[in-house]
Design a protein around this ligand. Sequence first.
Ligand code: LMR
Length: 399
Amino acid sequence: TWSSVPQGPPDAILGVTEAFKRDADPKKMNLGVGAYRDDNGKPYVLEAVKKAEAILLEQNLDKEYAGITGVPDFTKAAAKLAYGDESPVLSNLAITQSISGTGALNIGANFFSTFYPHAKNIYVPNPTWGNHNAIFSRAGLKVEKYGYFDKSTNGLNINAMLEDIKNAPKNSIVLLHACAHNPTGVDPTQEQWNEIAQVVKDQGHFPFFDMAYQGFASGDCTKDAYALRKFVADGHQVVLSQSFAKNMGLYGERAGSFSIVCADADEKSRVESQLKILIRPMYSNPPIHGARLVNTVLNTPELKQLWLDEVKTMAERIISMRTKLRNHLEADFGSKKNWEHVTNQIGMFCYSGMTPEQVDKIKDDWHVYLTRDGRISMAGVSSGNVKYLAEAIHNVTKD
Ligand code: LMR
């Protein structure tokens, strides 16, 4: 029956982990998937999460189904974290829990393809997270690109971005990475966000925010929400995909949310009813444990503070690895290439500028694994292996 099913390629990101696991060399490094590691290279369960877990155990809760839109206290807390405690849009926010960021994007993609009356085009940055393309096109949207990354500076090409958004057909959907752009680690400044918000408004486009890294860009969850809150303040009716995989280290718990700013209570009620109809045949209702953890952390003042401190610590450790990597490249190995972008870029990733051939070589010769676009997950670099990484990068990039 299945003889005509062709072999598919491995996933561009998760396939790197599969290859890494098959490598027996003790020096191997997995810098593919964006997952935080401590300075010993080990997965890190946040203290705030461990404490929340102890509280939950104590509460001896049952395992009944959540409603279709998830744990209400979780979605309330998640919305406050993203939009701000006092945001006026909270009262008319249609929101549902989601299977982390990917699940949220899927709900959004399907909602747009079913109900958005104006367009089926979604503009995503060039480049963007590989899964965006797959999610949106599977939902029947046409994925188009707007200029974003400037290879000559390894920074943002704001003119191309503004120009392409301006030239997109009116009322298009525009996907924006709220902070810590994946894969480039390059974000607009606040002034640039103001301009982007204006152009999006002038063209009547619909802003779709993907916020998978709140806290990871600056170490400050409020600062990292600037773009989202600015759009809201300017009167945009945004939609938002939110993930707690990275900032709370809840990768496998799949805790996220999808929300739509609505005009009034009636619109909110109609939109939420359709979100339920969309979700029910997909997975009925979401898993509860991760949502309870997030809810407990965000609604217990000491745990919330502890968590905010831990986010900052994680962000700072990554920044210190950027500095070390650049220093080793320049001072220890005498690389003549320009590595300023290693320290200029932010968030989990360094978009190194390495070619696919160099990525293959660093894997074959040095057992260092990254995605073929040259993206390095800086969260996987530690004091123990940063010099080795610099030596490896220098060796494959020097000619
Ligand atoms: C990444 O880009 O590495 C992360 O968002 C993990 C994933 O699911 O791809």
